[in-house]
Design a protein around this ligand. Structure first.
Ligand code: ZN
Length: 438
């Protein structure tokens, strides 16, 4: 395994993905390079054995699939990750004038970010803009490759208590500074228009988010760590994609899914709670000319690996994590379990995934929340509401989840790629609830 190279590639992947729309664009480009065919949801799909395809919803969720060329009683071999990360969204009326000649942006929180990490660092904007052009309304992706905003802290002289903790108010404390007078009201859309090469009047709608400009780094005297924003969950989106692309399983339909809106509850037309995965699996199945009953058979044999990053033990706060079901960076892929099924893992799915990792020589760690702390939910149990299959929740151990700048271990990037590749390649067959043949 080439740890340094894999994490360098991860940094490139994340830096090419400043918004969920860009995450999907980056993934699309990797799929196109590998010969995948785009299937618009609004067109008829022609599915062939041995074919490689993908569908996109809302420019922000993507499902790619490879159809085996020796399909018998097949199954879906799936993974899911998410394309979004916590940030701030610019409101539709974007500017606040004053005090003085200041121009600030009016923003609101997207997801559960650590507020303090967004202060005093250069920021920019990324997302999509809907533009009227030649009688059409077209979505254009926007990333402004320049430091254009900062959310300034209040000087300690004005708040001597700041280091005792502070309750940040998103409408008061977290509005970014845009100009000190050089730019006047209306300048925001002028800037957007200029960046897109259109007129300001052509802009009809925008989904624009703040982006941390700090570059990703591999660090530590022995290069143990990788730090960059959005490791949750782009580290999983990247590693599961690499594993998916490197695999070749003629007997299954391999599916790679990356959903938007996990950070805000997944309850959107493109989120893990939507019909997207169900719709795609149905269309693959009918496209293969299979019967209704065979669909249920395929689903019963299917498996999902829900990939969303996990918490490593914090070096200064070991008390935050369970004494034994806790994980460390560079020690392997994490299987997450929760008795109340916020994670999908059970003994069956754990056994399947553990065996795959063991056979592939990938170390596995075990995570459970402290029993007195409710943990976060994730993708698997949500996507299971429409396509209900055996599923395991995994992730890579990281520090500072939902900070604007997160830290993980470089070896785990490579472990996850190996684990997912082995998973997609594996020929296990779920014969019935209690019997899995390898
Ligand atoms: Zn996540």
């Amino acid at each position: 395994m080439d740890y340094i190279n894999d994490s360098k590639e991860l940094i490139q992947f994340i830096e090419s993905s400043p918004s969920m729309f860009h995450s999907v664009k980056t993934i699309r480009e990797m799929l196109e390079k590998e010969g995948f065919t785009y299937l618009p949801e609004s067109s008829e799909w022609k599915i062939e054995k041995g074919g490689k395809y993908y569908a996109v919803r809302n420019h922000s969720s993507i499902i790619a699939f490879k159809v085996g060329d020796r399909l018998g009683n097949y199954s879906f071999r799936m993974s899911a990750s998410h394309s979004d990360s916590p940030t701030f969204k610019v409101k539709n009326v974007p500017e606040i004038n004053g005090p003085g000649e200041y121009l600030r942006l009016d923003t609101e929180g997207y997801g559960g970010m650590i507020d303090s990490t967004w202060f005093d660092r250069p920021l920019t904007l990324a997302g999509r803009v809907l533009v009227e052009e030649n009688g059409k309304v077209e979505a254009k992706l926007l990333y402004i490759d320049k430091d254009i905003l900062i959310i300034p802290n209040v000087a300690i002289h004005f708040n001597r208590e700041i280091n005792k903790g502070y309750n940040y108010n998103h409408q008061v404390d977290l509005l970014p500074l845009f100009s000190a007078g050089e730019m006047k009201k209306g300048a925001f859309d002028e800037m957007i228009a200029k960046e897109l090469g259109v007129q300001k009047e052509q802009i009809l709608g925008r989904d624009l988010f703040l982006v941390n400009r700090q570059k990703g780094v591999i660090w530590g005297y022995q290069n143990e760590f990788v730090s960059i924003g959005k490791l949750d969950d782009l580290q999983c989106a990247f590693t599961s994609l690499k594993g998916f692309l490197a695999s070749d399983n003629p007997e299954t339909v391999s599916i790679y899914a990356c959903f938007d809106n996990e950070e805000v509850g997944s309850n959107s037309k493109q989120g893990a709670l939507s019909t997207f995965l169900y719709d795609v699996t149905r269309r693959i199945h009918t496209g293969l000319g299979r019967s209704e009953d065979e669909y249920y058979q395929a689903v019963a044999r299917s498996f999902m690996v829900s990939c969303d990053n996990a918490h490593a033990v914090h070096p200064n706060h070991v008390e935050k994590t369970d004494p034994v079901n806790c994980t460390f960076m560079n020690k392997g892929v994490v299987i997450k379990e929760n008795a109340t099924q916020r994670y999908t893992t059970d003994a069956v799915s754990r056994a399947v995934f553990t065996k795959i990792c063991k056979d592939a020589g990938v170390p596995v760690q075990s995570f459970a929340n402290r029993s007195d702390v409710p943990g976060g939910g994730t993708l698997g149990n949500l996507s299971n509401t429409h396509v209900s299959v055996h599923a395991v929740d995994i992730g890579l151990p990281q520090l500072a989840m939902h900070s604007a700048y997160e830290t993980a271990g470089i070896k785990d990037t490579s472990y996850a790629i190996e684990a997912l590749k082995a998973y997609y390649n594996s020929n296990f067959v779920i014969e019935d609830e209690m019997n899995i043949r390898f």
